[in-house]
Design a protein around this ligand. Structure first.
Ligand SMILES: Cc1cc2nc3c(=O)[nH]c(=O)nc-3n(C[C@H](O)[C@H](O)[C@H](O)COP(=O)(O)OP(=O)(O)OC[C@H]3O[C@@H](n4cnc5c(N)ncnc54)[C@H](O)[C@@H]3O)c2cc1C
Length: 507
């Protein structure tokens, strides 16, 4: 039985692997020339610039996602780096009691606890509660993140979900706590400011940082040496090894529907490719409103389109530099205040900047050289996408001018950067949109809603449309690679269930 899959990102490739393992004949259609989608890297001269993974959930067996990745690739063939510090945050108005202005968010909970207690003995009780919360997270088994599908789980397995109730109660207790509300509990001015700056001055649920830190401590969220494209290629290799087929440079224009069944796809050259089932592992908005022409919607889908339920995850302006210095003396990643606010051409104002020095991955630059990146999040990806379309020259001018300003700040802060630049690359939200089709240049699908444990309004099936499934980052707020693989696996399980086949995973 033939299954067409749109998109060779991590979700499309993973869906293909699982379906091939279960005896289905699949074909992936990918508009780009390479696998990976957002999970990518690219070459500029002697340098490799990475556009994705800083943290891979499941990088060692302490994390349940390791088992999932291991179903597709040999995880022991990848060298993971576990950073000692998750981020360094330069605080603006206060110094710690040793006269330092940089806050270190250590990934080892023992070290973090000792560091915080040393800085703020007056906050001992609050710090201990925080560390205890992360230790508690480590004790819970994390349940599947994608909603259970009616009929997929037998009753006895559903009952097993009861064991996750303590985690649910824990999340309910912590979900309203934000970095701001936590900071208010602290007496120490340096620590107070540092917690307020955890998300560059934004107020976000504290769980967004405590959950990953709990996994960091167990070394379950590492960086894969070799970069993101290498990682995606490993899944591509497995898929091809399982007999899957990929057509690169092939854009799907339309999904064919007959009597409320998806029956095939139409490619940009007009070719029709029919199949029993279609999976879109491509952008949510493109799939529903371009490929399906808005014919299959619901109140929930329309509310999502109008941003009434969830916001689209930020896009990014990513400046990558290849420099002829090792920069080993600099921190891996520093967030710091800028003397004068930077205003992006898209209107976003930044009072802080994040500089990233890839000193820990020797495969990205020749000996004695390094890749340096600066990433700015933007909620106005459409500005760049529109400008590139309407006035490519002006687009180029504006992105280059903004990049120049950023280089100026880097130079002032760290020195010896400008003259050392050998390669420059500027990716804007328009770049992400051009290469992956993601709506507004989104880098992770939907932003998590304010209520982290509320049922997700997004789904992997479309009401009224049979033989069609969605997979990928848009199927669960927060997105990311874990959602890509998990949603793909769930879709494969649903298809097996539909055809009364036991779902198997082959080595
Ligand atoms: C800067 C950055 C940093 C990130 N850091 C992390 C991180 O540290 N950890 C983490 O877990 N996640 C991270 N992410 C998010 C992660 O990369 C994505 O959530 C994940 O790769 C999404 O995979 P996907 O397969 O669902 O979608 P995509 O990667 O978007 O794949 C969709 C694919 O479909 C193709 N396509 C789209 N439309 C069509 C069409 N009409 N016809 C044919 N093909 C089509 C696209 O070209 C693309 O290849 C990061 C993302 C970015 C951009």
């Amino acid at each position: 039985m033939k299954i067409n899959i749109i998109g060779a990102g991590v979700a499309g490739l993973s869906a293909g692997c699982y379906l091939q393992m279960n005896g289905f004949e699949t074909e992936i259609f990918e508009k780009h020339t390479r696998p990976g989608g957002l999970c990518t890297s690219w070459k500029r001269g002697e340098f490799t610039f990475d556009g994705c993974i800083h943290w891979l959930l499941g990088s060692n067996p302490s994390n349940p996602f390791y088992l999932l990745w291991s179903e597709l690739i040999d995880m022991s063939s990848i060298e993971f780096r576990n950073h000692e510090v998750r981020m360094d945050i330069e605080v603006k108005d206060n110094l710690d009691r040793h006269g330092n202005n940089v806050f270190h968010l250590y990934t080892n909970l023992g070290k973090l606890s000792a560091y915080l207690l040393d800085l703020a003995p007056e906050d001992t009780a609050v710090i201990k509660t925080l560390i205890r919360s992360m230790r508690k997270i480590q004790g819970y088994e994390i349940p599947p993140m994608i909603r259970s599908v009616p009929g997929l789980l037998p009753f006895w397995q559903k009952i097993k979900f009861v064991k996750h109730l303590p985690l649910l109660f824990f999340l309910m207790r912590w979900e309203k706590q934000t970095n701001f509300s936590f900071a208010r509990k602290l007496k120490n001015p340096f620590l107070k400011e540092a917690f307020q700056l955890l998300f560059d001055g934004d107020e976000m649920p504290l769980l967004i940082i405590t959950l990953p830190l709990a996994f960091n401590d167990k070394m379950g969220v590492g960086y894969p040496v070799g970069g993101s494209l290498n990682f995606a290629r490993k899944i591509e290799e497995r898929y091809l090894g399982l007999g899957g087929m990929i057509r690169y440079n092939t854009c799907v224009e339309e999904i064919i529907t007959e009597n409320s069944h998806a029956t095939g796809i139409i490619l940009s050259d007009g070719t029709k490719v029919f199949s029993a089932i279609t999976i879109s592992a491509a952008d949510w908005h493109y799939t529903l409103f371009t490929a399906l022409k808005g014919k299959y919607t619901s109140k929930t889908i329309l509310a999502l389109k109008e941003h009434r339920n969830l916001e689209v995850y930020y896009s990014v302006f990513l400046l990558s530099l290849g420099v002829s210095r090792s920069v080993r003396e600099l921190p891996r990643m520093l967030r710091f205040p800028v003397a004068k606010d930077l205003v992006s051409p898209d209107g976003t104002r930044y009072s802080r900047m994040e500089a990233h020095f890839y000193t820990y991955d020797p495969t990205l630059a020749p000996e004695g050289k390094c890749v340096v990146t600066v990433k700015f999040y933007s909620k106005n990806g459409d500005y760049w996408i529109g400008l590139r379309r309407s006035d490519p020259e002006e687009y180029k001018k504006q992105k280059t001018a903004f990049a120049e300003e950023i280089i100026g700040v880097l130079e002032k802060k760290f020195g010896g950067i400008r003259d050392a630049i050998e390669e420059t690359d500027i990716a804007t939200p328009a770049t992400y949109h051009r290469y992956t089709n993601n709506w507004q240049g989104s880098t992770q699908g939907w932003l998590p809603g304010k209520n982290l444990i509320a049922p997700s309004p997004v789904d992997i099936v479309i009401p009224g449309l049979q033989d069609f499934y969605l997979a990928g980052q848009w199927t669960q707020p927060g997105g990311g690679l874990p959602v890509a693989i998990k949603s793909a696996r769930t879709v494969a399980q649903m298809i097996c269930h539909k055809y009364h086949k036991p779902f198997v995973v082959s080595k």
